[in-house]
Ligand binder design. Structure first.
Ligand code: F6R
Length: 617
């Protein structure tokens, strides 16, 4: 939600801001705007409701004077509807100061009352304009020093925010601050950048700095200064962005989602790379944590949406291999129910963006309660890893489509590596057992590729005739259950079709009442060879729905003949051990959701109402 870009340097800032905003489009937004200080020191502003293209057209028709310092914003409406007036930047101090903001300022109404009583007026309904007007007042109260005024302003604000500001009286300066909301710094030669994430500036530099909570950054063309909210200098962590701008481009694919599904093999392969050798798992990021892994007696996985389903799959492997009890909790439920946590609990958060507010708050809560924390994250410089004791990055590369696909398989891979590492440290698995599982994991990318090569066309064909379907059910058992949930979520979010995932064993406890002739039901079928008992149970479930007229699509292992007489379509996945099947079975479901949405003529990358990075609670 909300994309933020800031630039100071020798180049024309408008193009840099617009290209940064374009790269942040994936976060989700409903209006966009920029503010630029031009060569005469005047402040130009343009903001429009709608897509970035609307803003671009406006700028083409009525260009702003060129300038080299600027800020840009894509807004996902919270306070006040998505209108031109509510779009950011917001001006204050007699239109000399511009502010953009991501997050929610919880005490804005109180501050607004105070400012109104002093005679200030407001144009928009936003909490952001309150921060802008307050900053304007503080600018005058602090000797026209934007950084000092910024410190005074942010200290007054409650809630979560990233704020960026510029003032025409200090034309080569952009100031930013963050609290529980993302902001990273890009370091150039004679120029510097700020962004919600590195995508904002990766086209220009891959040298970045991650700043911490409650910190303020001031960038000029030559310098970057980071302090806490009291002005004390703080250490910042440099990092190099591991992917280049091309990785975040469509590169000839019809959609980012299509590209990202095609990258599922690499997402798994790259997450494994450098972490296994000769059948031994060695995750450099976890060096020195063996004692912690020996001491813990419980693992709690917290996440939201697709990441939580990855966590549910991970639970099976963690418990199977480490014999440590694992709970999986939705992050937004976790901290509101007084969970039992202590220093022997390891709280593992999973987040592609590393910015999901619900997950971030749950991690902070776990830290406050004395638990140990480890984050599985796909985004360098993001907030959640910074709040955790340890990080295992997934190396899925930038995920731009709102619906998470390649990050999901990378998350499961990372949990499996963690589980194997912990199991080895605790002696819960022998070296031979670990080596066998590593071998299976290493074979996954190739197997996913086979599914992509063999099944894509078949799935696209039957998705086409299902374009008018009103409801689809997904059934799975054991690790197939979270995969059924993931299949249903993906379909809901991008094709707007009602979809539900059920544990197949629940069928007779209620959901079977939904089955009527023609009802499509996807069933994830366990391997007859690896899990004969589960296989026969699921085959019985298929019989039950098939007998009632359901249109069955079975996702079954190559050679499984039992499903043929009772299924309308069979999608084949290569042979794999029970715990590795979910990494394969999910692939046809991702392809199906995408194919159905495409058949309905929908935008698969930016589904309605959704944002990629949910940075508000
Ligand atoms: C679904 C989807 C969401 C995210 C969820 C968590 O396709 O993308 O359900 O999985 O919002 O996001 P992260 O992983 O960024 O914390």
């Amino acid at each position: 939600m909300c994309g933020i870009v800031g630039y100071v340097g020798p180049r024309e800032s408008e193009a840099i801001l617009l290209s940064g905003l374009a790269r942040l489009e994936y976060r989700g937004y409903d209006s966009a705007g920029i503010a630029v200080i031009d060569a005469d020191g005047d402040l130009g502003l343009r903001k429009r409701a709608g897509k970035l293209s609307v803003l671009r057209e406006d700028l083409d028709a009525h260009p702003l004077p060129a300038g080299t310092t600027g800020i840009g914003h894509t807004r996902w409406a919270t306070h006040g509807g998505p209108t031109d007036v509510n779009a950011h930047p917001h001006l204050a101090d007699h239109e000399q100061l511009a502010v953009i903001h991501n997050g929610i300022i919880e005490n804005y109404a109180q501050i607004k009352d105070e400012l109104v009583s002093e005679g200030y007026s407001f144009l928009s309904e936003t909490d952001t304009e309150v921060a802008a007007v307050l900053l304007g007042r503080e600018f005058r109260a602090h000797g026209e020093d934007l950084v000092a005024a910024f410190r005074a302003t942010v200290k007054r604000l409650d809630g979560a925010f990233t704020l960026l500001a510029l003032h025409r009286e200090q034309p080569h300066l952009v100031v930013g601050a963050r609290r529980n909301s993302p902001l990273v710094i890009g370091l150039g030669e004679g120029e510097n950048f700020l962004g919600s994430d590195v995508a904002a500036f990766v086209e220009y530099t891959r040298n970045a700095l991650a700043i911490g909570q409650d910190q303020i950054v001031a960038i000029t063309p030559e310098a970057v200064t980071v302090t806490d909210f009291d002005g004390n200098p703080v250490e910042v962590e440099p990092f190099e962005v591991t992917w280049d701008a091309a990785a975040a481009e469509k590169g000839g694919w019809s959609s980012f989602m299509a590209k990202e599904v095609s990258e599922e093999p690499e997402a798994v392969g790259n997450t494994i790379r450098g972490r296994v050798r000769d059948g031994v798992v060695s995750i450099p990021e976890l060096d020195g944590l063996d004692d912690l892994f020996r001491e813990i007696n419980r693992i709690v996985i917290i996440a939201a949406g697709t990441a939580a389903y990855a966590g549910q799959v991970g639970k099976y492997a963690l418990e199977e291999w480490t014999r440590i009890p694992v709970d999986v909790e939705l992050a937004h439920e976790f901290r509101y129910r007084n969970p039992i946590l202590d220093e022997r609990t390891l709280v593992v958060s999973i987040s592609q963006s590393g910015e999901t507010m619900d997950t971030l708050m749950a991690v902070k809560y776990a830290v406050e309660r004395g638990a140990r924390t480890l984050s599985i994250c796909n985004t360098q410089g993001a907030t959640i890893p910074r709040e955790s004791d340890a990080i295992v990055y997934t190396h899925a590369g930038p995920e731009v489509a709102v619906a998470s696909t390649k990050a999901f398989v990378a998350q499961i891979t990372a949990i499996y590596l963690l589980a194997l590492h912990v199991a080895a440290v605790r002696g819960a698995l022998t070296a031979t057992e670990v080596a066998q599982h590593v071998l299976e994991l290493e074979a996954v990318p190739e197997k996913i590729q086979q599914i992509l090569d063999r099944e894509q066309e078949h799935i696209e064909q039957f998705a086409h005739w299902m374009a008018d379907t009103r409801s689809v059910l997904f059934l799975g058992r054991h690790v197939g259950f979270p995969i059924a949930l993931e299949g249903a979520l993906k379909l809901k979010e991008i094709s707007y079709i009602h979809a539900e995932g059920f544990a197949a064993g629940e069928l007779k406890h209620g959901p079977i009442a939904l089955i009527e002739p023609g009802q499509p039901v996807f069933v994830i079928v366990p391997s007859p060879r690896e899990s004969p008992v589960l296989h026969s149970k699921v085959v019985s479930n298929i019989r039950e729905v098939h007998a009632r007229g359901a249109r069955v699509v079975a996702i079954a292992e190559e050679g499984d003949a039992a499903v043929l007489p009772i299924s309308d379509e069979v999608l084949r996945i290569p042979l794999a051990g029970p715990l590795f099947e979910p990494l394969l079975a999910v692939v046809p479901l991702h392809i199906f959701a995408m194919a159905l949405a495409t058949a309905k003529g929908l935008d698969v990358d930016q589904p309605r109402n959704l944002a990629k990075s949910v940075t508000v609670e």
